[in-house]
Design a protein around this ligand. Structure first.
Ligand code: CMC
Length: 428
């Protein structure tokens, strides 16, 4: 096999090295393309064929439905690890031993306090504000209260910024929910595990003792792990590109949260549940909605179906579907929405339109059903996704900075007007 690719244009041949990843993925390295061809670039809207970086964090094979964090399969991690271990693994590359994990958790606890003045910022939002908008703003606002974390470059300073955000972010997520529900803002309880503490911060009522429900904490842990990283998706690429200007970790994360919000990305989990509710309210006629999804004149898409890279089952969807059955069963909840989801899935998997386009359920198709069973309001679903994705964004930002990647700055092919003289307003 050749380790060079040849490009022929206008009678000239150019050679480019072919690089190979550890899972045998091949890429043509075109770093020198512009200089050797005198200005020629490639064009690839949506970056469907473009590798933006080399990364050692997450591997996924969309054809085979494989997802691994640092070499460990998502199935095994979801089954055997907890979220904090996975966060450590993603960020630092190896599973922590007991001492490393305890120190990591202690360092996080040390930073879990948020300046009381941040409450004023939250107070200024109307209750009706979308939680993703609130979370993006609060994450940005954290910069003002933690100037030391703004632009860090030494590994040590990076570590402090990382534990600081891992500590403060769950508080912000919990506050976002509490604001929405009209509950008093609270701080966590450092004697608890990371996920249990997060759950308590969200749901503790002022006049009631908090009691741990193992099923709920386990389900939450699993959901967070399943969302923890997904290589160069839209929000992660955003985090890396914003970070590449050395804008700082919190600013990069805030931009990532904004990117995640969109319904084609993380916002799909909210859109899925709203779609399922609408189908239920409309009499549960799944065939009608299947027809709408296939009608090119109709903007409706089957939310939670299809993926840019998975052309097979999204492995996370398989795990979440199984977990949804388990959690609802264990909590004794019968949700008609789950039946509608299963019906839609069955029809789509047998439908030529979906089969031909390799459209399978993605991570968002069943996650909302579990969130709903856990008492999380629909417009908080994407916030939960952000909470899960936090370690992945951090790991990708850290890798980008440690590899000293250049500022992200794509090119374009200009298709506008050529130079023309200015015409004053009275002559237009
Ligand atoms: N329902 C109906 N048709 C669809 C769907 C869908 N959900 N998804 C893709 N298609 C069709 C699309 O119309 C196109 O058809 P044609 O070839 O006839 O023009 C073909 O399938 C390919 O779609 P595409 O939009 O070119 O594919 P893409 O890789 O650009 O988009 C996607 C991927 C995830 C944005 C898209 O599948 C979609 O909009 N899905 C629904 C939203 C969703 O569930 N998003 C969550 C993604 S997973 C979690 C995450 O990323 O955060």
């Amino acid at each position: 096999m050749s380790d060079k690719a040849t490009l022929e244009y206008n009678g000239k041949k150019y050679e480019f090295p072919v690089i190979e990843g550890t899972e045998n993925e091949l890429a043509i390295d075109i770093k020198t393309l512009r200089s050797v061809t005198n200005g020629m670039i490639t064009i690839d809207p949506g970056y469907k064929n473009t590798g933006s970086c080399e990364s050692a964090i997450t591997f996924l094979d969309g054809e085979k439905g494989i997802l691994r964090y640092r070499g460990y399969s998502i199935e095994e991690l979801a089954e055997k690890a907890d979220f904090l271990e996975v966060a450590y693994l993603l960020i630092f590359g190896e599973l922590p031993n007991k001492e490393q994990l305890a120190k990591f958790h202690d360092d996080i606890k040390e930073e879990s306090h948020i300046d009381e003045e941040m409450k004023k910022i939250l107070d200024a939002f109307p209750k009706s504000a979308h939680p993703m908008g609130v979370l993006t703003s609060l994450t940005s606002a954290l910069i003002a209260f933690n100037p030391i974390s703004v632009n860090v470059s030494s590994e040590e300073a990076m570590y402090h910024a990382i534990v600081r955000i891992l500590a403060k972010f769950p508080v912000l997520v919990a506050w976002t929910l509490r604001k929405k529900k009209g509950l008093p803002l609270d701080y966590g309880d450092d004697s608890l595990g990371y996920v249990e503490n997060f759950h308590k911060m969200m749901f503790k009522r002022p006049n009631k003792e908090y009691t741990k429900n193992e099923i709920v904490i386990e389900a939450l842990d699993k959901l967070l792990i399943l969302h923890a990283d997904h290589e160069q998706n839209c929000s992660t690429s955003t985090v890396r590109i914003v970070g590449s200007s050395h804008a700082g970790l919190f600013a990069s994360l805030s931009a990532g949260i904004a990117a995640l919000w969109g319904p084609l990305h993380g916002g799909a989990n909210q859109a899925v549940l709203e779609m399922l509710e609408a189908i239920e309210a409309d009499g549960g006629d799944t065939k009608k909605y299947m027809a709408k999804a296939k009608d090119k004149e109709d903007p409706f898409r089957l939310m939670g179906f299809g993926h840019r890279v998975y052309k097979n089952f999204d492995p996370r969807a398989r795990i979440i579907k199984k977990a949804a059955d388990g959690v609802l069963g264990d909590l004794g909840i019968e949700d008609p929405i789950l039946e509608i989801a299963k019906g839609l899935e069955k029809e789509a998997l047998e439908d030529k339109y979906f089969v031909d386009r390799k459209l399978y359920p993605n991570v968002d198709f069943y996650s909302g059903i579990i969130y709903r069973a856990l008492g999380i309001p629909t417009d908080m679903f994407t916030v939960m996704f952000a909470m899960g994705r936090l370690p992945g964004w951090i790991a990708q930002w850290r890798e980008m900075r440690l590899r000293k990647e250049p500022i992200g700055r794509p090119r374009q092919v200009y298709i506008g007007e050529n130079e023309r003289p200015f015409v004053s307003v009275d002559l237009r």
